[in-house]
Design a protein around this ligand. Structure first.
Ligand code: SF4
Length: 350
């Protein structure tokens, strides 16, 4: 099996995917690419949150031309997402895309595929072969193979074709919207190829549905050493996707230097009305100021300080007052109005 350390590193702009590199976090813009100003803003916001690569959709020539200007104003590699039109893929590469993502099955013909490959070679640009359960070739879709074999066979067939054309700067994905199928497909794929795998659940959903579906598939894979880059696809903005990716990798021990927030589950003793909202503000502050601390937000003084004793700093509420503590030791008492400012002062000292 090719765990991520054994995959062939692929250079994409100023980063590498695969080999000993950390798992790369990516998302996809949800704005038409030709709206350059808005796209740049979105990419830079995602970058500030931890994105290391961003994908943009190329629907027409204006989108492809826009890559050139976008690249001047962002710091992460740009991946162009191409469907059906080989000429748009070529134009995206000529305009500076660091990688393109195609499903070779919908590009039309081997001749068109070869034209893309020739230009990718010329510009030294990587290609992701993105196979999806929903767009498998007809003969494979109707075959007697298992669902995971259909996905991997499709990817392997295209890998062979790329290699025959002398191209190996590849990243592979075999996505499905079902988490169990996703796990099976990537496990199988990792046994059959040394190219880095981009892992994700496609059309995973919104809110907790999308997050749970993605995390339930990606966690076992990541812990087994499968996956060199991830996207958590959510029906939200990409900023939310990036935050979720970073949180997942951090909680699995695959991303260091990121804040941890602990909140009590609340119970009948809780004296803090908006525990979750307060915690979210503190987390945002720590992300923004790059503070790699564990902070606890606890609903009562009676048990909160003891229950939050593993935190670097914590607050516990009671009767309009808050106690600020560190590793179980009370540092000061303050009122609700000043608690966040007092806490931020302490966070800044770390
Ligand atoms: S810290 Fe207090 S409010 Fe929160 S769960 Fe524990 S006992 Fe309940």
């Amino acid at each position: 099996m090719s765990t991520r350390e054994n995959t062939i590193p692929v250079k994409i702009g100023n980063i590498q995917i695969g080999g000993n590199n950390q798992v790369i976090i990516q998302s996809m813009c949800d704005i038409k690419t030709s709206k350059i100003h808005e796209v740049v803003k979105e990419i830079n916001e995602c970058t500030a949150l931890g994105a290391q690569m961003m994908r943009v959709s190329i629907l027409d020539k204006d989108d492809a031309y826009a890559i050139k200007e976008i690249k001047k104003r962002v710091s992460v590699p740009i991946v162009a997402d191409i469907h059906f039109d080989a000429n748009l893929g070529i134009l995206a590469i000529e305009n500076g895309a660091d990688k393109i993502r195609i499903n070779p099955g919908n590009i039309g013909s081997d001749e068109k595929l070869k034209r893309i490959i020739d230009v990718a070679k010329k510009y030294d640009v990587a290609i992701r072969i993105g196979v999806n359960k929903g767009s498998l070739e007809k003969d494979l879709a109707s075959s007697n193979l298992s669902e995971e074999e259909k996905l991997t066979e499709s990817a392997l067939k295209y890998i062979k074709k790329f290699e025959e054309y002398g191209f190996s700067k590849l990243v592979i994905s075999v996505k499905a919207s079902n988490p169990l199928l996703t796990i099976k497909a990537y496990r199988l794929m990792s046994k059959k190829t040394n190219y880095p795998l981009h892992i994700g659940v496609t059309e995973s959903g919104y809110d907790e549905i999308g997050i749970i579906r993605s995390v339930s598939a990606l966690s076992p894979l990541l812990l087994e050493g499968i996956g060199s880059t991830i996207r958590i696809s959510l029906t939200h903005n990409p900023q939310k996707e990036i935050k979720t990716c970073v949180r997942l990798l951090h909680d699995l021990g695959l991303y260091e230097n990121y804040p941890t927030i602990i909140t009590c589950p609340t119970c009948g003793r809780c004296m803090v009305k908006n525990t979750a909202q307060i915690a979210d503000k503190i987390l945002e502050y720590m992300i923004q100021h790059k503070k790699n601390l564990t902070v606890a937000v606890m609903g009562c003084i009676v048990n909160g300080i003891g229950e939050g004793k593993n935190a670097d700093i914590g607050i516990a509420g009671g009767n309009g007052l808050f106690q600020i503590f560190s590793h179980g030791k009370i540092l000061k008492t303050t009122d609700e109005e000043n608690v966040l400012n007092e806490l931020y002062k302490l966070i800044d000292m770390y």
